[in-house]
Design a protein around this ligand. Sequence first.
Ligand code: URA
Length: 436
Amino acid sequence: MRMVDIIIKKKENNRLTKEEINYFITNYVNGNIPDYQVSALLMAIWFNGMDEDEISDLTDAMLNSGDKVDLSSIDGICVDKHSTGGVGDKTSLVVGPIVSSCGLKLAKVSGRGLGHTGGTLDKLESIPGFSIEKEPEDFFKQVREIGIAIVGQSKNVCPADKKLYALRDVTATVDTIPLIASSIMCKKLASGARTIVIDVKVGKGSFMKTIDDATRLANELVKIGKNAKDFKRNVIAVLTDMDEPLGRMIGNGLEVKEAIETLKGRGEKSFTRLCEKISVELLVESGYINNEEEALKLVKEKLSNGEALSKLKDMIIYQGGDANVIDNYDLLPQAKEIIAVKSKMSGYVQSLEALKMGLAAMKLGAGRENKEDSVDLAVGIEVNKKVGDYVKEGEPLAFVYSNGKGTNEAINDIYDSYLIVKEEVKKEDVIKKIIK
Ligand code: URA
């Protein structure tokens, strides 16, 4: 078999066989095929796509390139959730404690943020002392004992995806459904859970800009779960809004504070609704609870009786963090300055672009441009006015939490991201569609 023939085949819009896909993945990981040939193949895939079988075979080849998490030592139902990446997305920090307080097990392997999207690991590391590194046995032990653990990915999970993702990033081939779907799903299949909710973000701040594209991606994710070679996974794709940022806080420490507030029952309405919905899907689709009404009742109960919050506390303690943050937000990293970004006119917020807000937070230091960059855990943005809200001239649209870096640029980006109009604006539901 020759790599050049595989490139020609895809260039001429033919389907690749399982053997050809395995050949290219195995030899790329082993260093036998150079980046320039894989770049050409990626671009051919970008233009000509892949069918359902090719996508499943690619996922499988990437999955088999490294280690898999074996959850068999954990009794009970293990579930997982994943987000395709958004701005202000701290959902895992709320959904994890909710579902584990209900009785499910969440053994979650998370990632760091890149670009304008944040990552769960960076958020957790803003809790003093919190460690995202655990030996596999300690990780399983924690899940057995308290029902929840969130850690970083070990180096050898899906190495093919790591190599391919880095190449896609510099060859303009990230934004195509076959490559996104296989990249997400190889890591989810490797994580071992059988019921997985994927929060597919739709809108200006995400990879999928339209409902049609998000629906196509969601269908692929669900199909890959059904076609999984070892055992079938139950994948539920929840399509949710990412035109505006999720919740009110953007930035690592700030998002931890918002997650805790939400677990105390004081979360923003649409963010709370999303966390409740994802939790309900996990409870019902895993077969743990019979129907949605019962599941929602349980979720609300765990939020109001403090049991979900206490799961977060347990997790913080088990992972070496200072659980006093739950009652004392001053223990989180603090920015030197908080600056109000005041509205220059009165009216209704028609739009608030998530991408621009995410980039503004990045300029303050909350995100990284390159994988090696460090992040400032204290800085970020508090969104005061969201879509549909009325704002008076001079009232704050948002607050910038700054340590001196990129402040003016961020303030300009924030102004730029708001569109304020005279007519009343209807706020749309954060949940757009569910595909299972
Ligand atoms: N998230 C991933 O893990 N991979 C992609 O390709 C896009 C989003």
